[in-house]
Write a protein of this length. Sequence first.
Length: 226
Amino acid sequence: MIEELLPGSVVAVEAYGAEAAVDDAPLYPEERAVVARAVAKRRREFTAVRVCARRAMEKLGVAPAPVLPGTRGAPGWPEGLLGSMTHCTGYCAAALVRAGDLASLGIDAEPHEALPEGVLDAVAAPGERERVRALSAAHPAVHWDRLLFSAKESVYKAWFPLTGRWLDFLEADVEIRPAAGSATSGGFRASLLVDGPLVDGRVVRAFDGRWTVGRGLLATAVTVGA
């Protein structure tokens, strides 16, 4: 799912079902230390997504290496690589690219179901909630509230490596666009409501992304060009 949302320069590796819940794959000692006291579910997710990450490194011709969480949990990649990871029940994925090909990227996957009561009000501005209502009326088979949440997660994952700063859910206004003739894929634009990052001498004021729905999941991805 993720790979179809990303440019050809990005390598993505996904795992579904049992493959996304492994807990016996080898970890580097420093990785094992991170989850030594974690609950079983956290250890499984941590391990499975790193299996995906190392497979992606191999596909890029890079020697496998530890992926340790840094500030605010952002993954630390080997020198010369950029990437993003995501996991939810029954699915995980990692996407990697050589640093010269993109400035940043972010991916997210979520179960294709409605957000819990009250979450949309916490993460979406009035205009965004109105657009979600309009999309829900036009295409009721898609959980647009969860898709908006996922898009904002991908935006944050692309934002943080460029800025090292927190981005609140209400500091980016996301407009979701279904593809022509389809309610299961499309694009979105996140207009930043705070000062954007400086990338190669230009200020980024909006992040563009893509989305898809299928297999009981929805996925979003954002890329920022170098």
